[in-house]
Design a protein around this ligand. Structure first.
Ligand SMILES: NC(=O)c1ccc[n+]([C@@H]2O[C@H](COP(=O)([O-])OP(=O)(O)OC[C@H]3O[C@@H](n4cnc5c(N)ncnc54)[C@H](OP(=O)(O)O)[C@@H]3O)[C@@H](O)[C@H]2O)c1
Length: 268
């Protein structure tokens, strides 16, 4: 199997590096194409990448064409590759908001996978949700799931609506966690801790809580009940959060991202 990655930016390189570890590629090089000669020269130095300078040299031989350019470049990319593609090839896109219908129209191809990554993919801890058009076979979808999972975990969803929904949870989600961390760090600073100590207190608390959670079958609510005893300090904090309806605010934030993802999709 041969993969061509178009766009050697943050996401393109993250997936190219991840996929280069996949057994599915049988040590074949991953072809990577980018606009900039400077980037291509850097790619020339990496043994498992095959830097591609001319579409004619890489598009026809690719089984999977992985598109990782900004959404506003989608139209020109599809226009350029269209004369070189064939109906068996699969397009996998991580472009936010570019729908399967739009990609079918622009590319003239039927086998399309639309994926939504998140930032921790850069360190192999990502979550990529994806949906495949009906023309992608089970076997092909399985192979793509395995390629996407090289950057963390992947989740096959039933329809594009869930891609927009997962944007509101996992796609934008890391920023919600950073927001929570920043708020806790601000509180720690206010209580008199140094910057460095505030960072240590908060990061270790997040890492420890997630690890604890992952090592059990308990729900978050059950963990909260374990940590908070009646009349104690944690209960005082949780009561404050409940009184301020923080859960509703977080839900609203996730829906704001979900709705914005739908809006962006309608623009393409
Ligand atoms: N970053 C994230 O966390 C994230 C999360 C979810 C989804 N995404 C999606 O991932 C996609 C890529 O994002 P990114 O942050 O990786 O962008 P990026 O860093 O700007 O990378 C895009 C790369 O593609 C190149 N390029 C543009 N047009 C090209 C063409 N016609 N042929 C070949 N290469 C071309 C760009 O070169 P120039 O710089 O010269 O234009 C750039 O190197 C976007 O569609 C975004 O919606 C990103």
């Amino acid at each position: 199997m041969k993969v061509l990655v178009i766009g050697a930016g943050n996401m393109g390189l993250t997936y190219a590096e991840g996929m280069s570890t996949s057994k599915l590629l049988n040590n074949n090089n991953i072809m990577v194409l980018d606009n900039s000669e400077e980037k291509l020269k850097e790619l020339d130095e990496i043994p498992y990448f095959d830097a591609c300078r001319d579409l004619k040299d890489c598009v026809p031989q690719a089984d999977i064409i992985f598109i990782a350019v900004k959404p506003f470049h989608a139209e020109s990319v599809f226009e350029n590759i269209k004369p070189l593609t064939n109906k068996n090839q699969i397009i996998v896109s991580v472009m936010a908001g570019v729908t399967i219908a739009a990609m079918k129209k622009m590319s003239g191809l039927d086998k399309i996978v639309r994926a939504m990554p998140n930032l921790p993919a850069q360190i192999g801890k990502g979550l990529t949700s994806f949906v495949a058009s009906a023309e992608v076979s089970e076997q092909e979808a399985g192979d793509i799931e395995s390629l996407l999972s090289t950057t963390g975990k992947s989740l096959k969803v039933a329809s594009e609506n869930y891609i927009d929904a997962s944007t509101g949870i996992s796609g934008s989600g890391p920023a919600y966690v950073f927001f929570f961390m920043e708020s806790m760090m601000k509180a720690a600073l206010e209580m008199g801790f140094s910057n460095e100590d505030s960072r240590t207190l908060v990061t270790q608390t997040f890492a420890g809580a997630v690890e604890l959670f992952n090592q059990s079958d308990l729900t978050p609510k059950e963990w909260m009940d374990r940590v908070a005893s009646k009349g104690g300090t944690t209960r005082a904090a949780l009561n404050s959060m409940e009184a301020n309806k923080v859960d509703v605010l977080i839900r609203d934030a996730a829906y704001a991202a979900f709705n914005r993802a739908i809006e962006l999709g309608e623009e393409h």
